[in-house]
Design a protein around this ligand. Structure first.
Ligand SMILES: NC(=O)c1ccc[n+]([C@@H]2O[C@H](COP(=O)([O-])OP(=O)(O)OC[C@H]3O[C@@H](n4cnc5c(N)ncnc54)[C@H](OP(=O)(O)O)[C@@H]3O)[C@@H](O)[C@H]2O)c1
Length: 253
């Protein structure tokens, strides 16, 4: 696999304390990047930051709820105060309500939209403003297969992820003028806490390290190549029913 040399680069990973974000942050740190991880849980932030520092001593954590613009601004200020630059942004923090459209409460809806869409909007736009100054950088939004198709019991989650994917396309068009690449990375099911209540278990799901490998691959692409969207599916032997098959919602008529 191609691996990028990230020495001297500074990265932000939201939701970097556990799950996919933790695997991505560790992969970036092992390639030499200084990584700032954010999330709400200080205990897991501190323990993951310790692992990061073993590979990349200047890596650090900050508690930040991505739904709060002021908290996000404080993270960017701290990154610039310490390192004067930001090269890589992985907008990963996410939540998912488990409910069909008619059973989704307004509270569920707001949590998914505020975290997965508005939170990503704040993270990625501020990252781009900073990267525009140096005319280089890479922004990766961890979207989901749920941003490319419908899952009947993930109504608000699908809405937030389709929105995130659409927004990232607009951001990418603006970013290219500043030599900043933007990718919507869309994994199917990944074995993390996120899936802990999945009735089909998690053995068949991909590992969070696979998503981290995909991030490294994107960062290692030569300057004339670009992947704007990347759907990573779960591979199930054909004779088995695919538990990841979405129930497509057909439009009326
Ligand atoms: N697992 C999957 O099957 C799968 C598939 C495709 C895409 N994804 C996406 O991948 C991303 C990471 O998911 P995961 O599987 O790693 O889930 P996870 O293990 O549940 O981790 C979620 C991460 O997001 C953070 N987070 C949640 N709400 C937040 C908020 N309001 N502010 C700041 N941080 C917040 C959590 O940290 P705190 O709790 O400390 O805040 C945690 O670090 C999400 O965007 C998810 O939609 C997951």
């Amino acid at each position: 696999m191609l691996v990028p040399d990230l020495k001297g680069q500074v990265a932000l990973v939201t939701g970097g304390n556990r799950g996919i974000g933790r695997s991505v942050a560790l992969a970036l740190a092992r390639q030499g990047a200084t990584v700032c991880i954010t999330g709400r849980n200080r205990e897991t932030l501190a323990s993951t930051a310790e692992e990061l520092q073993a590979a990349s001593p200047d890596s650090f954590w900050m508690a930040c709820d991505v739904r709060d613009e002021k908290q996000q601004q404080a993270v960017f200020q701290e990154i610039l105060k310490r390192h004067l630059r930001l090269d890589i942004c992985v907008a990963n923090a996410g939540e998912a309500a488990l409910a069909t459209a008619t059973r989704t409460t307004l509270e569920d809806w707001r949590r998914d939209i505020d975290t997965n869409l508005t939170g990503l909007f704040i993270t990625t736009t501020e990252s781009l403003r900073i990267m525009m100054r140096r005319k280089s950088g890479y922004i990766i939004g961890i979207v989901s297969k749920a941003g490319t198709t419908a899952f009947v019991a993930r109504a608000s989650y699908c809405a937030s992820k389709w929105g995130a994917r659409g927004f990232l396309k607009c951001l990418a068009m603006e970013a290219e003028k500043s030599n900043v690449k933007v990718t919507a990375l869309c994994p199917a099911s990944v074995a993390t806490d996120f899936q802990k209540n999945n009735p089909k278990g998690t053995d068949w799901m991909m590992a969070s390290e696979t998503v981290a490998d995909a991030v490294l691959y994107l960062l290692s692409l030569e300057k004339n190549a670009y992947i704007d969207e990347w759907l990573i599916s779960v591979w199930i032997k054909p004779e088995k029913p695919n538990p990841d098959q979405p129930s497509l919602i057909k439009p009326p008529g």
